[in-house]
Design a protein around this ligand. Structure first.
Ligand code: A2H
Length: 253
């Protein structure tokens, strides 16, 4: 654990098509606006490999005005932090125009910035914390053991999770290579540590630690603008590139 502020990159994932439930609740309030799910990540260099995005079904999300054209979806806790950091329209103030449960966002189609698959679906994840980041998690199953375990659960029991099988159609996408685990670090660790599901929290914490260290200190990019560079070199460059393109912003907590 680190002390002091954690520096995240927030990825702006624009809504392409609302789920039916979200359409009913929200669409009339959002005419003429661009609406984004905002996901906080520590691994911007992996965004090429997004296959979906996760929300907590029991969490409440707000829709917050960011500027004249844009609305952000995240927890109110994150919106308050963003307001203090000058990310929302008036520094220190939040302007919330609606609220929606995570469950109703499932099935919404969104843009995935920089990803090989340009559009992905919002899916449910059991362990999304209300107290961390924005409450929205980009899913990169090639490099995040949590994401891979959750995607595997959803693929095994789509009806149990209330999702359409077509929403989990994308396989993990290779993004970086490590000497120890090849180009599918998370699936390799999930197998090695015999992780059965997203409920195996203890082993997942261990897998996450190993994946992070291995990727950061020994990984090489195998896709994207910085292909061939080390992850350490590429990480800030991918982040800057996304920020310059207006697809991401810095966020700390
Ligand atoms: B990371 P830390 Cl490829 N609840 O992004 C649960 N998890 C959350 C969250 C929340 N409210 N908000 C963010 N996260 C996830 C990519 C990634 C991440 C990869 C590999 C590892 C990894 C794609 N998912 O995280 O507790 C987000 O997932 C493991 C370190 O602040 C975010 O980065 O260290 C990470 O957890 C932040 O976790």
């Amino acid at each position: 654990e680190t002390f002091g502020p954690q520096e995240y990159t927030c990825i702006k994932m624009e809504i392409v098509l609302w789920s039916k439930a979200a359409e009913t609740d929200l669409a009339h309030k959002l005419k003429g606006k661009r609406v984004f799910l905002v996901a906080a990540t520590l691994r911007p260099e992996t965004m090429y490999g997004q296959t979906n995005c996760f929300v907590g079904t029991a969490l409440k999300y707000g829709l917050f005005v960011a500027n004249d054209t844009d609305v952000y979806i995240c927890t109110s806790r994150a919106a308050r932090n963003m307001a203090f950091q000058g990310i929302l329209e008036r520094k220190g103030e939040i302007n919330q125009i609606a609220e929606i449960e995570g469950a109703k966002l499932v099935g919404t189609k969104i843009k995935a910035p920089f990803a090989i698959h340009p559009e992905v679906y919002v899916l449910p994840m059991e362990n999304v914390l209300a107290t961390k980041g924005t409450g929205v998690v980009t899913s990169v199953p090639s490099d995040s053991p949590d994401d891979f375990a959750t995607l595997s659960d959803l693929r095994k029991k789509p009806e149990f999770y209330g999702i359409d099988p077509s929403w989990v159609a994308y396989d993990p996408v290779p993004v970086l290579r490590t000497p120890a685990y090849g180009d599918m670090t998370a699936p390799a660790l999930v197998k090695q540590l015999k992780i059965q599901s997203q409920k195996d929290l203890k082993q997942l914490a261990e897998a996450k630690e190993i994946a992070y260290k291995e990727g950061f200190y020994s990984g090489t990019m195998i896709v994207g603008e910085f292909k061939g560079e080390t992850v350490q070199e590429a990480k800030p460059k991918v982040r800057d590139s996304m920020v310059k393109a207006g697809l991401a912003f810095a966020y700390a907590e």
